[in-house]
Ligand binder design. Structure first.
Ligand code: SF4
Length: 227
């Protein structure tokens, strides 16, 4: 029987070819990495390369017998975590480039990818980081969202797009980079401990209620003022 995964490559609907996601947090790739992806695709007969909503690069239609070699050539042959995991950290250019940027979205995105990229959760997790209130990374529709302001980061939790869209709830404002990362840790750990299998953060927040999350988690966070 054809395996459903080969390393990080996932079996496609035709039942014979594989798809593989590559690329760094926030869609950042170097010219060398881009050349390596193109060369690998060319050498192994990959017919389709597509940029994804999550700012990843998808190699699609990889012939089954080439999946291992492609994953190995691109350094993603270790295999995904065994279960639902973080799908992506989408980020805008933030202060690295954008004239409107208030915070360094790309740096925060790299840290988030580092922390959560190898973990499993009750369901898939998508993260959006926007360097200012123009919100180019759709942070309101992310499980975990960040928006930069002149006073620090706003952090949102429980957003979703797809079939049942939900605007994420604002859980804290005016956070430093370290505080934003610490709060991200606390929120995903709480979700990992209390979420039901297959339950996205949007449904998780709806089931528990934001007040419960405030009283059980947020009121113990030292940099979130008590209401
Ligand atoms: S969210 Fe703001 S900082 Fe980021 S790209 Fe859009 S305008 Fe620029």
């Amino acid at each position: 029987m054809t395996p459903k995964t080969v390393g990080d490559a996932v079996l496609q609907r035709d039942g014979t070819s594989y798809g593989l996601m590559v690329g760094g947090a926030g869609g950042v790739v170097t010219p060398d990495e881009l050349e390596r992806i193109a060369r690998t695709a060319r050498e192994h007969g990959v017919p389709l390369i597509k940029l994804t909503r999550g700012q990843r690069i998808a190699l699609l239609g990889i012939p089954g017998e080439k999946a291992v070699a492609v994953a190995r050539a691109l350094g993603v042959d270790e295999g995904r975590p065994g279960g639902p995991c973080m799908k992506y950290v989408a980020a805008c250019p933030g202060t690295a480039v954008c004239r409107w940027g208030m915070q360094d979205a790309l740096a925060l995105a790299r840290e988030l990818e580092e922390r959560f990229g190898t973990r499993t959760f009750p369901s898939k997790l998508k993260i959006g980081v926007s360097g200012c209130a123009r919100n180019c990374s759709s942070s309101f529709f992310s499980d975990l969202g960040f928006i930069g302001t002149g006073r620090g980061w706003m952090v949102f939790f429980g957003g979703n797009g797809a079939r049942r869209p939900r605007n994420a709830d604002l859980v804290a404002s005016n956070l430093t980079d370290d505080q934003a990362l610490d709060l991200a840790d606390r929120l995903v750990n709480y979700y990992a401990s209390h979420g039901r299998s297959g339950e996205r953060t949007a449904r998780f927040v709806e089931r528990l209620g934001l007040e419960t999350i405030r009283s059980e988690l947020l009121r113990f966070v030292p940099y979130i003022p008590l209401e």
